[in-house]
Design a binder for this molecule. Structure first.
Ligand code: ATR
Length: 268
């Protein structure tokens, strides 16, 4: 059976094996998919060992930037993202790196939730690797403005400069913006610690503004609880993004895009 894996540290909580098993059954392409814990100081060794036989891997925290540096070539989406979450071993043995996170996010917002991004004013909170990975696909969806806000403003400014040629992007500090926006996407790691980015509640126009936390948990995240308290029209978490980025990886590897709806339903 063709072998795939997700590599991370920690990795025990990963839903990817379950997701890809369902994709395989659904498409009639059963694949073997395992979760591999790489030592923090030897992602490269774990990757090399697995890909001696395996055909592809997903990469998760904290190895996406290392994966970017290790592959032989990048897809356009991965090139700018500076991070790789999907690797395919090509027929000649060379490694192709893709980043499907942003495509997954945009697909979840537009296709699953039904919010067209064209013409919207979007706020992206955070300027770390998670934010950088989704900027290009977000801009490609045609928002009227994509504003990166971050606790450390200089990092938001660096990202805005890096993607300036891709669309209407700007940078700001947390309390600089007070006007309501159409969509707020939380790409900070604050939710992991149950923390909230210190942004203004005025960004949310009750009954209008949508909020999306790229994190997910069995309970609503701190950010989504806060957003609901401010009257956000919809509060979405990152489970849909997880399933959609996995579907994009499956498409790259197997040439067929699985139907994500039943998989998302099973996971919920
Ligand atoms: P990731 O790869 O998950 O993006 P990262 O590159 O370490 O991780 O970036 C973490 C992001 O979350 C940064 O934007 C960080 O803000 P700073 O650049 O100012 O450090 C943000 N972040 C983490 N904890 C936060 C908190 N408690 N409040 C606000 N922002 C936070």
């Amino acid at each position: 059976m063709d072998r795939y894996a997700v590599i991370g540290n920690p990795i025990g909580h990963s839903k990817s094996p379950q997701i890809h098993r369902m994709f395989g059954e659904q498409t009639g392409q059963p694949i073997a998919y395992e979760a591999l814990l790489a030592p923090l100081d030897d992602f490269a060794g774990t990757l090399r060992e697995f890909l001696a036989e395996g055909l592809g891997v997903n990469v998760t925290v904290p190895f996406k930037e290392q994966a970017w540096a290790l592959v032989d070539q990048h897809t356009p989406a991965a090139e700018r993202a500076g991070a790789v979450n999907t690797i395919q071993r090509l027929d000649d043995g060379r490694l192709l790196g893709d980043n499907t996170d942003g495509k997954g996010l945009v697909r979840d917002i537009q296709h699953n939730a039904g919010l067209a991004l064209a013409g919207l004013k979007v706020l992206l909170v955070g300027a770390g690797g998670a934010a950088r990975g989704v900027i290009q696909p977000l801009l490609a969806a045609g928002p009227s403005q994509l504003c990166i806000v971050n606790r450390t403003v200089s990092k938001a400014e660096e990202l805005a400069a890096l993607f300036a040629d891709q669309g209407p992007i700007s940078a700001a500090g947390f309390q600089w913006i007070e006007e309501p926006v159409d969509l707020i996407i939380n790409a900070t790691s604050a939710s992991l610690a149950g923390d909230l980015p210190d942004i203004s509640p005025n960004l949310i126009r009750p009954g209008h503004t949508w909020c999306y936390d790229m994190m997910y948990a069995s309970e609503a995240t701190a950010f989504n609880r806060w957003a609901a308290e401010q009257g956000a029209a919809r509060c979405l978490d990152g489970l849909g993004m997880l399933v959609e980025q996995a579907a994009e990886a499956f498409l790259l590897w197997r040439g067929v895009r699985p139907d994500t709806a039943p998989v998302l339903k099973a996971l919920r």
